[in-house]
Design a protein around this ligand. Structure first.
Ligand SMILES: [Zn+2]
Length: 159
């Protein structure tokens, strides 16, 4: 048995993964590997925006937003995309990614709204499908149709 270096729980050693001599359980390992990829994607995007590698100041900003604000690397990247693509703003290298805190909430709302709209379209599609089916065999499906609509209404897109 070994203790996972991330979640502190005990696991069978053979099922565990090693990163630089430290043991991690499967779930934590996948999470950490995913984090690594997300950080790489964020750094690539910063390089794409500024045409320079992230400098020391930008790296500090990334760590601050991630550790202090608790924002994922992915959400930091999505905020940058929101500023550049949706807001069409010009970012200046000397300020690094300092605009992120000002647009983080906007980005969250923007994506929530997008998810809500695509869900609405999905639901509309489902409902129109149900209508065609119901025309063929109306009575047997009435009960099911009512239930499906209820289930759809209960579903919430959690963040
Ligand atoms: Zn773990």
């Amino acid at each position: 048995m070994k203790k996972c270096n991330n979640c502190d729980r005990l696991y069978e050693t053979e099922g565990m993964n090693k990163i630089s001599n430290k043991y991690y359980c499967e779930a934590c390992y996948v999470h950490l590997e995913n984090q690594k990829l997300e950080l790489q994607a964020l750094r690539n995007y910063i390089k794409y925006v500024f045409k320079y590698q992230p400098n020391k100041m930008i790296n500090n900003q990334i760590e601050k937003y991630n550790k202090e604000n608790g924002w994922s690397y992915k959400n930091i990247r999505l905020t940058l995309e929101y500023i550049v693509v949706i807001k069409e703003m010009e970012m200046q290298y000397k300020f690094g990614i300092g605009l992120v805190p000002y647009y983080y909430d906007d980005m969250i709302n923007f994506h929530k709204e997008r998810i809500r709209k695509s869900k609405e379209m999905e639901d509309a599609k489902k409902k129109s499908k149900h209508v065609t089916i119901n025309k063929k065999r109306d009575n047997t499906h009435k009960f099911n149709k009512g239930r499906m609509v209820n289930i759809d209404d209960l579903e919430e897109d959690d963040e």
